[in-house]
Design a protein around this ligand. Sequence first.
Ligand code: NAD
Length: 414
Amino acid sequence: MNINPYENALTQLDAAAKIIKLDEGLHEFLRTPKRVLTVSLPIKMDNGKIKVFTGYRVQHNDARGPYKGGIRYHPNVTLDEVKALATWMTWKCAITDIPLGGGKGGIVCDPKSMSISELERLTRRYAYAISDIIGAEVDVPAPDVYTSSREMAWIMDTYSTLKGKMVPGVITGKPLSIGGSKGRAEATGKGLAFCVREAAKKINLNIKGANVAIQGFGNAGTYSARFLHEMGANIIAVSDSTSGIYNSDGLDVEEVIAHKAKTGKVRGVAKSKEITNLQLLQIECDILVPAAYENQITKDNAKDIKAKIIAEAANGPTTPDADKLLYKNGKMVIPDILANAGGVTVSYFEWVQNLTRDYWSHEKVINMLEEKMVNAFNDVYNTANEYEKELRMGSMILAINRVVEAINDRGIWP
Ligand code: NAD
């Protein structure tokens, strides 16, 4: 089944708009990104041939501050996916109460089949192509799937070269040597672990000894595993795009990380049993962390999910149908726009440090992240209780109310 993530994003918005009786015009305003840019990127490949790639940058809403959102490299990137991700960024920044709006970018490409020099040419060409609409006070991209501090450095350098001065605040997720923030690499996983800790308290689940399954073992999945393990949880299953592994006594997280770094896969870790991604989702555990892609939890597999808490590290991993089923079955879903907001929160800290040229200690960054995440979790939890809804709806209502307040305070011009 082909599920369109943008339709999911709109379904969530429409449902929340109905509950808060959102003004029709404002509802339409929020359903539509402010700007959508499609760029064509001709690249000279290593074999001398020209290949043309397609890139996108979507700016959804900037009522609360400059657009903010990552850049994804993947063969399945579509404009609708980028629009959905941009919309979710608007809500995410509002939930964590950081003064930024929502944007997202992507390039349809298969980075795994490209050389580093091809990737550099593609990244720099994309940076050039979107350079008119990004900027430290306008739109500040960041990493997402299959992009990292390396690509961010190329984008910062290209943009700065075009402007004739170093502009570190144009992008976040940079290496430390050129204005990156301490704590950025682990921010999403750390933020997720703080949310899970708060959620566990609400349902009287002891995080110490709780069993955790994690789908996806990239940036978000790896650090989620590491920090949940540090809090005392057992990571009993993890997976990547090739397969999953399981050990009912708990995997040695650092060993899995080392094995994945060495072999590129989680498969083959000592004392682990191989499982499929579907088995991982439905495994007997307390906490499930989908940390790969969209639409992994569907109405077909949701009914067999056993975890009590589902913490969405990935963006849009649960379809709306599946979401209803999970809620009906008494599961606590910590929605993506809350659970994975640690990344954008530390991105915001990086941006503040770039604008002020004042760089903070790791401890300061993590303490501030914890405060933001705990406040965001409680704001969402209280909003959900106030409206007698699940956390996803609570987070949507909280976010929409904050964005609408900003739109109303600014007014519609002209
Ligand atoms: P990543 O590229 O580092 O990792 C993605 C992981 O998913 C890889 O381990 C890959 O092997 C695995 N994967 C791919 N297909 C899979 C499948 N079918 N089943 C299981 N695993 C599969 O990406 P990331 O940065 O960790 O992002 C993962 C998700 O988290 C995305 O939805 C992203 O938008 C979201 N997210 C990431 C951040 C961040 O700071 N990295 C922040 C917010 C949200």
